[in-house]
Design a protein around this ligand. Structure first.
Ligand code: C5P
Length: 285
């Protein structure tokens, strides 16, 4: 085997709430992270020395600015690996979109290098490396449904929810997560999310209904900056997709599609008239 190909899955947040600011400057979060089938493909192969990233995307850096590069660097630091690695990133996940695109590529490199080069790093070490690379990276090491606290790095995996088709729409705008949190801090927003109730719905395999209080407290912040978020949400809600929210710091909007709405979802994606948007129909995994 000369190379390893790994699927790096995107995520959405079924809810996201902020408990406060931590001593390290990060925000104390409570959220449910849910993997979706939209994925990048990461190909790892050996190289004499150094880290070399290539990609089919012109939107991501190939040096230290790429989380996958940082991940490879840390893996090399933490192991006795003395050679180099070629990493190809076949990008499908929109960039700076709230979908953990960069984080999931990094997680794939962490897992992939450990397996492919037989580095023997333990699960705990991989988790530590992941959290050093970014708050969302630990979750991306293990796709599924997880209740995340801390920076988003403390994970409790839940029984998976029933499979939902998911419509994703991203307007042609990128947002900086750091900036969204900064504006959140200056605003006096106080949205309460009924965390225990929502976790109970997942645990008891109840249908996920927006009226139960599913929300993302960063949504009003991003909406002020990116008007398209509200526009897209309104279009999707008007069509009948009630469970429509923004994921992460945005600006991607997602709708969970009810069984009875599958044809409508296909039609909606096919006939989407906002030509600049990224839109796709995927599913929870
Ligand atoms: O951890 P990561 O580097 O992905 O986070 C990007 C930015 O998002 C951080 O620099 C920080 O400003 C913000 N952030 C935060 N609290 C979190 C996660 C991220 O303030 N729990």
């Amino acid at each position: 085997m000369h190379q390893l190909s790994i699927k790096a899955y995107a995520k959405i947040n079924l809810f996201l709430t902020i408990k406060g600011i931590r001593n390290d400057g990060y925000h104390e979060l409570e959220m449910v992270m849910q993997s979706i089938n939209l994925h990048d493909n990461i190909i790892i192969s050996p190289r004499k020395r150094g880290i070399n990233i290539k990609t089919n995307s012109n939107e991501i850096p190939t040096g230290i600015g790429n989380l996958a590069y940082k991940a490879a660097e840390k893996i090399i630091e933490e192991s006795n690996f003395s050679k180099g690695v070629d990493i190809f990133i076949d990008k499908n996940i929109p960039v700076a979109a709230g979908l953990a695109g960069g984080s999931t590529d990094a997680a794939a490199v962490i897992k992939g290098m450990n397996n492919f080069f037989n580095l023997g790093l333990k699960k705990e070490t991989l988790h530590d490396i992941a959290r050093e690379v970014g708050s969302d990276v630990p979750f991306c090491l293990k796709p599924g449904t997880a209740y995340a606290t801390g920076r988003g790095d403390k994970l409790k995996y839940l029984d998976s929810i029933k499979t939902y088709k998911v419509i994703l729409v991203k307007p042609p705008v990128m947002v900086s997560t750091k900036k969204i949190y900064e504006i959140y801090d200056k605003s006096e927003l106080d949205i309460s999310v009924p965390v225990e109730k929502l976790l109970g719905k997942i645990k008891n395999k109840k249908p996920l209904k927006i009226k139960d209080g599913w929300a993302n407290v960063l949504e009003p912040v991003t909406k002020k900056l990116v008007k398209e978020v509200s526009k897209i949400e309104n279009i999707l809600r008007d069509k009948g997709f009630e469970f429509t929210l923004m994921t992460g710091s945005g600006p991607t909007v997602f709708s969970l599609v009810e069984k009875s709405q599958k044809d409508l979802a296909v039609k909606t994606v096919k006939n989407w008239h906002r030509n600049q948007d990224f839109i796709t129909l995927t599913k929870t995994i």
